[in-house]
Ligand binder design. Structure first.
Ligand code: ZN
Length: 452
C-alpha cells in the first residue's frame, strides 16, 4: 500500500511510505530511518496485538490476501524488531512456550509471570499495569478485542487474578483469594468496570450477564452489566448501537455471548490435505462490528474533545486485540485464521490513519506468542493436518499444522516458543529495534506517556 509520486524534476522517484517517510530512489533508507526515530513523548499509545500471530501467520495471510510481494498494513511500519516471549515456571526457570495470560501480563506490567496468571506475580502480588498508570495520570483508556472482554489478553491491563479462568462472578472457583468476600477485587468482568476503562468493546456478554453472588460486595444480587450501568457505563450490543455512541459517557460494548464470530471459513486442515480450494468470505453477521469498526469508534471516543475544565483531549492508551488468529490456529482452520489476520490488519490500517493525522501517537503492532501453522511445499506429505489454498494471485500454498497428534477437530494445536516481530512508529518507537523482550514494551509505552 504505497503511493508513488514523481518529483518535479522528473528525474528523482520518491516513494512515500504510509508514515510519510521518504526513501531515496536507490532504495537507501538511512535518511528515512533517522527521521522515524523520535525519543520524545507521545500524547497517545495504540498497542495492537494479533493473538498467536507469529511470522508464519503473517506470511500465510499476506500470501493469500495480497500476494507474496504485497504488503499488509502491518508491513509498512518504519521500525521493526524481534521480541522474546518466554514466561516463567513457579521455580523461576524459563517456560519456553508461554500462553496469553503470562504474555499479556508481561507487556502490561513489565514483569514475567507464570502461565495462567493475570497481572499477578508468581508470589500472588498485584502488579501495576500500563493502563492503570495511564489512567492515574489522567489519560483516557480503551480495551478492544474480538474475544471475550474477560479473556487473558484484554484482562491483563485491567485486572489482577491468580487464574485466567476467573472471568465472571460465578467463575471464581480457581481464585478464592480474589473474591470480594476474601478482600479481593472480584472477577475480571467486575474489575474491568471497576477500573472505569472509558471504552470496553468485544465479546463475552455472558460473563457480564452473570449475577454477583450474595456476600460478594456492594453489587451482590445484580449482574455485572447492572453494576457497569450503576458506575456510569452506557451499554451497546450491536453494530448500530456502537456507531451511534457519543462521547461523554463510558461505553461498554458486548456484541456476542462468547467470542465474536468469524468472517472467513472453509477448507479445514485434514490428513491427507484438504483442497486445493479457496476460502469463503463475508460470513460475519452484519449486526456485529468488525475489529476495524470497533477500533475506529474507540479512537473517535478516546480522542473526542469534551468541554469542561481538565477534560480537553488528555490523550489515551488503547489496546486492540485480534484474538481469533490464535483460536483458529489451535483448531487447524487456515481460512478462518487468515480471515482473522486480515480483519486484524484492517484495524492496524485504522490506527495508522489516525496516527497520520496525530503524529504524537505511538503505534505498536505485535503478537503475544507464536503458533503452529507453517507453509510447506505443496507436494509434501507432512505428519500433521494440512490444506492447499489457491491464493488471490492464482498460486497454491500448503499450510500445515503439526504441534499436536490426532484429529485436529478434537485435539488443540499448541503455541510455539519462537520470537515475534514487533513493529512501531511514533515517539519511542526506535526502542523496538533489535532483539527486545516482551516486558520492555511496558517501559517503552510508559516512557512514551511519561508515566511510572
Ligand atoms: Zn492460544
Amino acid at each position: 500500500m504505497r503511493s508513488r509520486l514523481v518529483a518535479l524534476t522528473g528525474v528523482t522517484l520518491i516513494v512515500l511510505l504510509a508514515v510519510g517517510v521518504a526513501i531515496a530512489a536507490n532504495g537507501d533508507r538511512s535518511n528515512a530511518l533517522q527521521k522515524a526515530i523520535d525519543g520524545g513523548r507521545a500524547k497517545n499509545v495504540i498497542l495492537l496485538i494479533g493473538d498467536g500471530m507469529g511470522d508464519s501467520e503473517i506470511t500465510i495471510a499476506r500470501n493469500y490476501a495480497v500476494g507474496a510481494a504485497g504488503h499488509l498494513a502491518m508491513d509498512d511500519f518504519p521500525l521493526t524488531g524481534q521480541m522474546t516471549t518466554y514466561s516463567v515456571l513457579p521455580d523461576g526457570k524459563p517456560d519456553y512456550d508461554p500462553e496469553s495470560a503470562s504474555t499479556a501480563s508481561a507487556w502490561s506490567t513489565g514483569h514475567k509471570t507464570v502461565d495462567g496468571r493475570i497481572s499477578t506475580s508468581p508470589s500472588d502480588q498485584d502488579l501495576a499495569t500500563i493502563l492503570e498508570l495511564a489512567k492515574q495520570d489522567g489519560f483516557r483508556t480503551g480495551n478492544v478485542t474480538t474475544a471475550e472482554l474477560t479473556d487473558a489478553t484484554p484482562a491483563a491491563p485491567m485486572s489482577h487474578v491468580v487464574a485466567r479462568g476467573c472471568q465472571g462472578p460465578q467463575d471464581m472457583s480457581a481464585c478464592p483469594q480474589d473474591k470480594k468476600s476474601a478482600g479481593g477485587p472480584g472477577s475480571i468482568s467486575e474489575q474491568a468496570v471497576q477500573h472505569g476503562v472509558d471504552v470496553l468493546l468485544g465479546g463475552g456478554k455472558a460473563r457480564f450477564d452473570q449475577v454477583i453472588p450474595a456476600g460478594e460486595g456492594p453489587y451482590a444480587g445484580q449482574t455485572v452489566i447492572q453494576q457497569a450501568q450503576a458506575l456510569g457505563y452506557k451499554l451497546v450490543t450491536d453494530k448500530a448501537g456502537l456507531l451511534a455512541a457519543q462521547p461523554g459517557t463510558k461505553l461498554l460494548g458486548l456484541f456476542t455471548p462468547i467470542n465474536m464470530s468469524l468472517d472467513w471459513g472453509g477448507l479445514a486442515a485434514t490428513n491427507p490435505p484438504s483442497g486445493p480450494g479457496r476460502c469463503q468470505t463475508g460470513l460475519q453477521s452484519a449486526n456485529e462490528p468488525t475489529l476495524a469498526d470497533m477500533t475506529s469508534k474507540a479512537l473517535g471516543l478516546l480522542d473526542a474533545k469534551i468541554s469542561g475544565p481538565g477534560k480537553d483531549q488528555p490523550g489515551f492508551f488503547l489496546q486492540v486485540e485480534g484474538a481469533s488468529i490464535d483460536k483458529r490456529d489451535h483448531a487447524a482452520q487456515p481460512c478462518e485464521q487468515i480471515g482473522e489476520t486480515v480483519d486484524f490488519d484492517a484495524a492496524v490500517r485504522v490506527a495508522l490513519d489516525f496516527a497520520k493525522k496525530n503524529k504524537d501517537t505511538l503505534v505498536i503492532v505485535t503478537a503475544d506468542h507464536a503458533h503452529t501453522s507453517q507453509i510447506v511445499e505443496v507436494n509434501a506429505t507432512p505428519a500433521g493436518a494440512s490444506s492447499i489454498l489457491e491464493t488471490n494471485e492464482g498460486a497454491q500454498m500448503m499450510v500445515t499444522y503439526g504441534t499436536a497428534a490426532g484429529d485436529p477437530r478434537v485435539v488443540s494445536q499448541q503455541h510455539t516458543g519462537t520470537q515475534l516481530r514487533v513493529a512501531a512508529q511514533g515517539p519511542q518507537a526506535g526502542n523496538v529495534v533489535g532483539l527486545i523482550d516482551q516486558t520492555e514494551l511496558f517501559q517503552i509505552m510508559a516512557r512514551a506517556l511519561g508515566v511510572n
